[in-house]
Every structure is written in C-alpha cells, then in structure tokens.
Write a protein that binds this ligand. Structure first.
Ligand SMILES: *[C@@H]1O[C@H](CO)[C@@H](O)[C@H](O)[C@H]1NC(C)=O
Ligand SMILES: *[C@@H]1O[C@H](CO)[C@@H](O)[C@H](O)[C@H]1NC(C)=O
Ligand SMILES: *[C@@H]1O[C@H](CO)[C@@H](O)[C@H](O)[C@H]1NC(C)=O
Ligand SMILES: *[C@@H]1O[C@H](CO)[C@@H](O)[C@H](O)[C@H]1NC(C)=O
Ligand SMILES: *[C@@H]1O[C@H](CO)[C@@H](O)[C@H](O)[C@H]1NC(C)=O
Length: 524
C-alpha cells in the first residue's frame, strides 16, 4: 500500500510536469480471439512485425486476463468496466443494459467528456447490447445501421473450409475495417474535439481466410504441434469443452472427425492440427498488417504524440493445447490476452514489460486516467466500476504482483457421464445453466472451482463439485524464444490432490473474491 501511494504521488508530479496543452485521444484496437503468441511475447515463429514495433514503444503486459473466454461477455465486461457477476452477461443472450440502464460505458465516458466517440468493426458483440449501445456510448453521427459498423461479410472459403489463402486483398473484412478507421481518423481530426476511436478487427477469429503472402510465412511442414495436446491429467470433465458451434460448420473440420472426435483423451490427427495452427498464424500475420495500416494513418494525421494506443485480444484461444480448440474454458490460454498500451507522453514506459497480473476490466479506469478524463461520477451509478486505474504504472509506478486476476465460465452439462459434451451455454438462458466455474490466477497458481448453479439466485450454490489447481512456477508468460511455445507448456496436470493446504487457502480466497458464501467443506 505504501508503495502504491508513493507511486501515485510520483504520478501527480510527473503528470503536472507534462500537462498537455491539447487533450489526449484514444485509439482502442481489439482483435477477436487473439492469444499472446506473438514475437513481442518471445514467440518468434509468428510473423507480426507491427506488434513488435508497437511493443517497443508500449508497456507489454505479460499477464493480462479477460474476465470470460467468450466475445459477448468479455466485451460486455471491459466496455462497461464491470465484471460478469455484475453485467450478468455470460453468453449470447443477455447484455449489461438489462441490469445497468444507468451505467456509463468506456466510450460513453469519453463521449460525456466532450470527445468524439466513434468506432468501426466489431466492438460490442453484435446485438449485445442492441445497436452497439447507441445512443449512450457513441456520437450521434454513429447512429447508423449495423451494416455501417460492420462491413459486409467476406466470402466463405471455397468448399467451406476453415482456412484458405487468397490473392485478392480487397474483399477482406479487416481490410475494409482498416480503411473505415482511416476515414474516421480523417473525419475526427478535422474537428477541434479530441477523439476516442475504437477499431474492432475480426481476425484471427475463424474463418482463417488470409492473403497468400501471410500463409507463405508458414511452410506447412514447419508448423509445430502443441507440446501438451491432451486434456490435463486428473482434470475434471466439467472443465473441458468440445467446440460445436463455430467449428463444426467447416468441411475440413468435419473430415477430421468434427466435434465427435474430440475428447479430453483424444485430439485431432496431427495433419489436421497443423493445418489449423497454420491458418490461425496466417490470420494473425494479416491482422498485424491491418493494425499497421491504422497506426500509419494516425502518424500521417500527426496525432501520434497525443494519442494513447491500446491493442489487445478480447480473450485467448486454444490451438490444440490441453486437447482444446477455441475458447470457452477457464484455462490460462483461453483467458490470457496480449495487451500493449502506448502512451507517448510517458516516454519512460516505452519498452517496459509488466508481469503483475492485470485484467481487461482495468482498461476503463486506466484509459480515463491516462487521458485525464474524470469518471468519479460512476461510483454513484447503480453499480460502480470494478477495475483498477493502472495509469500510475506508466509514470514509474510499480505493478501489484499480489493482484489476483479472475475469470468465470458457465456450463450447461447435458450428459452427466461425459460432462464435456455439448456443455457450452452460448444460447442458453442464464437461469438454465447447470454449473459456473470460478477461476483465479496469482503469480504462481491458477485455481478453479466449479459449483452447481442456483437458478433462483443466479449464483453458485453449496460447495464446489470440483476443483483444479495448476502450477505456473517458471512461467514467464512468453515463449521460450527458440520457436517453442512455453505458453503451451503449463496446465498439463491438475495437482489439487497433491497440495491440500494450497487448495484450502486458494478456495477460501476464491470464495472471498467472488463473494461466494458457501460453507467450505472437506474436498479430499
Ligand atoms: C437514431 O436513428 C433512428 C433511426 O434513424 C432515429 O429514429 C433515432 O431518433 C436516432 N437517435 C438519435 C439519438 O439520434
Ligand atoms: C466522414 O465524413 C464524411 C463527410 O462528412 C462522411 O460522408 C463520411 O460518411 C464519414 N465517414 C465515416 C466513416 O463516418
Ligand atoms: C457453408 O456453410 C454455411 C454455414 O454453415 C452454410 O450456410 C452454407 O450453405 C455452406 N455452403 C456450402 C457450399 O456447403
Ligand atoms: C453420454 O456419454 C456417454 C459417454 O460418451 C455415452 O456413452 C452416452 O451414450 C451419452 N448419453 C447420451 C444420452 O448422449
Ligand atoms: C521453421 O521454424 C523454425 C522455428 O520456428 C524457424 O527458426 C525457421 O526459420 C523455420 N523455417 C522456415 C523455412 O520457415
């Protein structure tokens, strides 16, 4: 606490010294399904030079976590600045406006402060809340149809496969989103008012349709497989998830066995895994290029020096690691995200790496803090903000290594003897969930507890039905740099059975952090 106060005092002095003449802008760039397998995280087997260059001028967070590994709930959380327990948005059915009609959102806070708040691409998940939360979150000029936000869908890959390499670059959604972003940049910089510009890229979400030049960076024979391609030892069935929705529509996925073929004990054939990993990496290379287009546009319009740039993934992704594909779990790789924040008026922050755990819910107060926008009035709304203002970190403040990052995932178990089958709750009303998994990550451990769900209270009931403990000792949050993926080397064995006293302490802390008032019972 003393350290924090000191850091804050330091901030006040530093901020006073560089008090801007001009109000600061925000360029807020989201990539859909992006995990931190990037060269700026030591993963040199991936080609992404623009994120590397951006990281050299930014703080790179090596332990940044989403609050839930699914688009709609994650975006509802970081854009409202409230955790899923408060948004009550856990799937593709509900949104935070049902419970928070008076809440100010992240873009809405900038709008209220006199900014031009505009965006393009996928910011809120389509329809959640309705119409991108217009008119509360954005400028009136953005009161257009969804089609104006979200450029027309790109063509499907030939034969409906999950990946394809394409020569013509114009018909990519992300190319169009980048060019809309440039047009918005032109428009907002004609105006005296500062801007908050949100850009939501669609890749590397499936389908992995990417330019041939991006695929060329990955010779097919040279794509490695996950080092731990099976479900964790001693794991619990309810923790595992077999994708059915987004992936089973692809013909190549079906040819490799479809969702039926995946179990905690059996992953897809190697050649299938290799092709999919390659497709994902090519899509990452492509989105990196599009990020570059927007960053160049900012520089060309001479707004680089007074604009905070944030680049991050809305949640992580499994690429066959832990026998998992996609997201929708509480494991590290589903919830950990890349997060780069560039603050040109905090030059000492350039190139800094922060390993203290941070969360996407922190973005709202942090960006407000960095831009000097007062959001203290949100404490009087029906639910105050949940995140922390990390802006002191940019002016020499120390990270809080003791912080515990939190995430959740509901389950709708259909078959008790194979709890991983058809267990996602994507389209299930929240009163019909069967379980909720609560996960905490500290410097050393990931600890997850699964509870049955109270339909009446929309809260966990009783004591946990299963717990998982994963040891991250030695995990730097980066690849080992030699082309390997250290980020896939952890969470291969649930060690809860070997560490009774750790489990007891972790469970007590988890229940306190999530406000679970269940009796702690003997688990072992
Ligand atoms: C938004 O657009 C709709 C339809 O064009 C219109 O009815 C509505 O009044 C507009 N709202 C605002 C706040 O401008
Ligand atoms: C930019 O401004 C022009 C002129 O007002 C307008 O026609 C255009 O639609 C705007 N572009 C975007 C992406 O809003
Ligand atoms: C491809 O998949 C989509 C989504 O499932 C489906 O609507 C479409 O009919 C399929 N097209 C072909 C040619 O199989
Ligand atoms: C539940 O899963 C088990 C194990 O995979 C399978 O044998 C059984 O047929 C399934 N039951 C139903 C109703 O799907
Ligand atoms: C193959 O992968 C290794 C390890 O990532 C890398 O060093 C090498 O350059 C790659 N070879 C080719 C031809 O891309």
């Amino acid at each position: 606490m003393a350290l924090r106060l000191l850091a804050l005092t330091g901030l006040t002095a530093a901020a006073a010294a560089v008090t801007p003449q001009r109000r600061k802008n925000v360029l807020f760039v989201i990539s859909d399904d992006l995990r931190p397998e990037l060269p700026c995280y030591g993963c040199d087997h991936v080609l992404a030079p623009r994120t590397t260059a951006l990281a050299k001028e930014s703080i790179t967070f090596t332990r940044a976590y989403a609050q839930q590994a699914l688009c709609a709930p994650s975006r509802n959380s970081f854009l409202s600045g409230r955790r899923p327990a408060h948004t009550k948005s856990w799937q593709f059915v509900d949104d935070f406006r049902e419970v928070g009609p008076d809440w100010t959102t992240l873009p809405g806070a900038f709008r209220k402060a006199g900014y031009q708040a505009v965006g393009c691409g996928k910011i809120f998940h389509p329809g959640l809340p309705p119409n991108q939360d217009l008119p509360y979150s954005w400028d009136r000029r953005m009161n257009t149809t969804w089609a104006d936000w979200n450029n027309p869908n790109e063509p499907r890959c030939p034969q409906n496969t999950s990946w394809c390499s394409v020569e013509d670059t114009e018909r990519f959604q992300d190319t169009q989103i980048a060019s809309t972003a440039l047009e918005l940049l032109t428009n907002v910089t004609r105006d005296e008012r500062p801007f908050f510009l949100a850009v939501g890229f669609r890749k590397p979400h499936v389908q992995w349709r990417a330019p041939t030049r991006a695929f060329d960076a990955y010779p097919p024979w040279n794509v490695s497989l996950a080092s731990r391609p099976k479900g964790p030892q001693h794991s619990v069935d309810v923790a595992f998830h077999v994708p059915v929705h987004e992936i089973d529509v692809f013909t190549d996925w079906r040819a490799c066995g479809g969702s039926q073929a995946l179990t905690p004990a059996h992953n897809y054939p190697s050649e299938c895994q290799q092709a999919w990993r390659r497709g994902y990496y090519a899509a990452v290379t492509f989105v990196d290029e599009q990020l570059g287009v927007v960053l160049d546009g900012l520089t060309a319009r001479n707004r680089e020096r007074d604009t905070v740039v944030v680049f991050f993934g809305d949640h992580g992704w499994h690429l066959g690691d832990q026998g998992e594909w996609m997201k929708m779990t509480n494991y590290e790789n589903a919830v950990r995200v890349p997060l780069l924040v560039r603050v040109p008026w905090a030059p000492e922050s350039a190139g800094r790496v922060v390993s203290a755990p941070v969360e996407l819910v922190d973005l709202f107060p942090t960006l407000a803090g960095l831009a000097g926008v007062d959001v203290s009035y949100t404490s009087r709304e029906s639910q105050p903000l949940d995140g922390r203002d990390l802006s002191p970190l940019f002016f020499g403040g120390a990270g809080d290594d003791t912080h515990v990052a939190r995430s959740v995932y509901p389950r709708c178990v259909a078959n008790a003897s194979a709890a991983w089958k058809h267990n996602d709750c994507n389209d299930t009303p929240r009163r019909r969930f069967s379980h909720m998994g609560y996960s905490t990550r500290d410097e050393r451990w990931r600890f997850t507890a699964w509870y049955e769900w109270s339909h009446l209270r929309l809260a966990p009931k009783g004591s946990p039905v299963a717990v998982e403990l994963y040891d991250h000792a030695g995990d730097t949050g980066t690849c080992d740099g030699a082309g390997g993926s250290a980020l896939e080397d952890y969470e291969w064995a649930n060690v809860a059975g070997d560490h009774a006293s750790v489990v007891e302490a972790q469970l007590a802390r988890l229940e306190r952090l999530f406000g679970i008032d269940a009796p702690i019972v003997d688990l072992y």
